[in-house]
Design a protein around this ligand. Structure first.
Ligand SMILES: Cc1cc2nc3c(=O)[nH]c(=O)nc-3n(C[C@H](O)[C@H](O)[C@H](O)COP(=O)(O)O)c2cc1C
Length: 199
């Protein structure tokens, strides 16, 4: 069993990456506590160049993409059948997910077009805004929409929508207790549900 986390910030090792790490750590800890083995992997989109989909249609016939950019090596990685869940973490940009997150989600259409390869995988989302209420919930729900188009199963933080964090917290994002708790709880729920479904 494996859970993949996608950090869809333009910046390396900042708030989005931090909250996703918290989430994945909790997913591992929860699995360990339940006596199950769970791999986690964080994929950081910040150093990658992933263009938007150009709707060429090449993926209608096979799990192939015409664009020779940094999405190519991710195709085999994401096709791994051991993956039981995908968590997408995004900064809030202009009230919604980042262009990096949207480009990534759009490019995953090739998995849908080839037998709904993400069907029944778990999906969760984290959003980090510069304001406390800057569009985190809308960003999370927009990510959930893409996951539903894949017929994935949406998981929240056990209370609300997922990880909702404030990157400009007066104590820094490491001091945003709400962001950390909701992100960790999302990891916990992803792990619990994955284990429940894989017994
Ligand atoms: C282009 C752009 C647009 C942004 N728009 C919003 C916004 O609408 N709402 C908000 O709360 N924060 C907004 N922010 C702030 C980021 O969401 C915030 O700084 C976040 O923590 C950045 O994530 P990072 O630390 O991983 O880079 C914006 C930042 C950028 C660069």
């Amino acid at each position: 069993m494996k859970i993949i986390g996608i950090s869809a910030s333009a910046r390396k090792n900042k708030s989005t990456h931090f909250l996703l790490e918290q989430c994945l750590q909790e997913a591992s800890t929860t699995a360990e506590a339940l006596g199950k083995s769970l791999d986690v992997e964080l994929i950081d989109l910040a150093p990658l160049q992933i263009n938007g989909c150009v709707a060429c249609g090449k993926c209608k016939d096979a799990v192939l993409c015409s664009q020779e950019d940094d999405f190519q090596p991710l195709i085999a990685k994401l096709a791994n059948p051991a993956i039981v869940g995908i968590i997408i973490a995004t900064p809030v940009y202009m009230g919604c997910m980042s262009a990096q997150a949207k480009a990534f989600i759009d490019r995953t259409v090739l998995f849908r077009r080839n037998g709904f390869m993400f069907k029944n995988k778990l999906g969760g989302a984290i959003a980090v805004g510069g304001s406390r209420n800057g569009g985190q919930e809308l960003s999370i729900q927009a990510i959930h929409a893409g996951m539903m188009i894949h017929d994935m199963i949406i998981v929240g933080d056990g209370d609300h929508f997922g990880g909702a964090a404030w990157g400009s917290h007066p104590d820094g994002y490491e001091g945003d207790e709400t962001g950390i708790i909701t992100s960790r709880n999302l990891g916990k729920r992803m792990s619990e549900v994955a284990i429940m479904m894989n017994v």
